[in-house]
Write a protein that binds this ligand. Structure first.
Ligand code: PHE
Length: 466
């Protein structure tokens, strides 16, 4: 492993492009759709504080480890893990880490693309003035009519999937890099405009601000600590190879620690700004912050329908959601595409089309799970009906990503030789390295195991097995 490899897929033009691309992967539906509603459900400030601690102590060290493995291997996560294990004379089964990542990517993207399709349709719906003056019931019925109509949801899911395939098929420089250099500045611009709008027009900005930053620890339960920790994985795109493959395109002279910290900070900033844009609007209109996953599609349009400039700013809001989802979805599919190119001689176009078709087909199950096809899965514990979407969400976010992150932390700290990690991280062997090593070898694994135990708790079926 002394000779440095190069990736056959190319390399980012600079470390700044890596920061943009990895931030693009990290900033997604998790920041704008999930973070506000789980913060709402978990009482606000104290939850935010715990989430920030998780990002710092678990997220950043694992991101460094994942980028490091990627840059050492310079291939798709499957082949990176195979090569590193071979060269280090470790168990061949480390390659499973790469396979699990590819599988998790398919599963996440299959539902992610459906939700992004909703957002895409809401861009046009809002722009057409459909929510102007609409009542809460009116907005709700627009939403439920939409999701219960498989044809239209399918059409939007297909459009979003094609958008993803187009970018990925053009390769690292011509596709991914170009997309993030246009979309990320646009995303930041729109977000700032929306925060400005919320601050200047709602008259409830401080209420929103207090909700996010005033810590009331009495509202914190064991579950909210675990939710915060699980979300740290999802929001930073960790544990499934997306960040690993982006790391495999990182120039050799770039600092892994600095870039990982920048990406994590940018991701956190976007989540907080999204909260600052959304909660003042929610409070100004007397809406419920803890209203759950429907907050964005079911609740926010009521507000936009009654606010000055609501049509314009509402349209911008859904556009923001689409851009954020788009730059994440390309990273969900990239590991599989790169693997097809490496191992099966596909060109990028064919590899993207085939991966897209498979993911699109799995997505059909999510499309149906919101309408015709509801069923009860005994292993989800509750007696409520669950769709495929709920199952995939639990399986990926609560189980697969934490397991992936755990394995990455273990491999990077206990299998990879110290010489390699010191050399690749490039921050010497001083205190910074020691802190990182302590975090990935002890703090992170212990914390992640707690998350997993929690996941097994809410899945009584698995509990019976163990
Ligand atoms: N980080 C993305 C979000 O917050 C989701 C994601 C997870 C993307 C895993 C890639 C890999 O929406």
């Amino acid at each position: 492993m002394t000779t440095k490899r190069t990736s056959i897929h190319g390399q980012w033009s600079s470390r700044w492009v890596f920061v943009l691309a990895a931030t693009g992967s990290a900033v997604g539906l998790g920041n704008i759709w999930k973070f506000p509603y789980i913060t709402g459900e978990n009482g606000g400030g104290a939850f935010v504080l715990i989430y920030l601690v998780c990002i710092a102590c678990i997220g950043i060290p694992i991101m460094m480890a994942e980028v490091m493995l990627g840059r050492l291997g310079r291939q798709s996560p499957i082949n990176t893990m195979r090569t590193l294990a071979q060269e280090g004379k470790h168990d061949k089964r480390w390659v499973w880490l790469g396979w699990m990542g590819v599988l998790a990517g398919f599963l996440i993207l299959s539902y992610y693309s459906v939700i992004a399709g909703w957002a895409l349709s809401y861009v046009f719906r809002t722009a057409s003035g459909a929510f102007m003056g609409a009542t809460a019931d009116g907005v709700s019925s627009i939403f439920s009519q939409f999701v219960s109509n498989p044809e239209s949801v399918l059409a939007w899911h297909t459009i979003f999937m094609v958008m993803t395939m187009v970018v990925v098929s053009r390769g690292v420089r011509g596709g991914l890099e170009k997309a993030v250099t246009y979309l990320m500045p646009a995303l930041f611009g729109i977000l700032l405009i929306l925060v400005g709008y919320a601050a200047s027009t709602t008259g409830h900005f401080t209420e929103g601000f207090d909700f996010l930053f005033n810590s009331d620890f009495s509202k914190i339960t064991k579950d909210s600590v675990l939710t915060a920790m699980g979300h740290a994985f999802f929001t930073l795109s960790l544990g499934m190879g997306a960040i690993m493959i982006y790391g495999s395109y990182l120039p050799q002279d770039a600092s892994i620690a600095k870039t990982s910290i920048m990406v994590s900070l940018a991701d956190t900033l976007v989540a907080l700004l999204a909260g600052l844009a959304i909660f003042p609007i929610v409070f100004a209109n007397g809406l419920e912050p803890g209203s759950g996953p429907g907050l964005i599609f079911n609740t926010l349009p009521i507000a936009f329908g009654h606010m000055e400039g609501g049509t314009f700013f509402g349209t911008l809001f859904f556009l923001l959601l689409v851009f954020a989802a788009w730059t994440s979805s390309i990273s969900l599919i990239e590991p599989a595409v790169a693997w097809l190119v490496e191992n099966h001689g596909y060109n990028r176009l064919n590899a993207s089309v085939w991966t897209g078709i498979v993911t699109w087909s799995v997505g059909l199950l999510t499309v149906l799970s919101f309408n015709e096809w509801k069923f009860s899965f005994p292993f989800l514990g509750q007696n409520k009906e669950n769709g495929f979407f709920d199952i995939v969400d639990i399986l990926t976010a609560n189980i697969m990503l934490p397991v992936g992150g755990l394995m990455i932390a273990i491999y990077a700290s206990r299998f990879l030789s110290r010489k390699h990690s010191v050399e690749e991280l490039g921050m010497g062997e001083g205190d910074a390295y020691k802190v990182w090593h302590l975090l990935v070898s002890y703090v992170t694994p212990i914390a992640v195991i707690i998350v997993l135990i929690n996941a097994l708790n809410i899945v009584p079926f698995l509990k019976q097995i163990f």
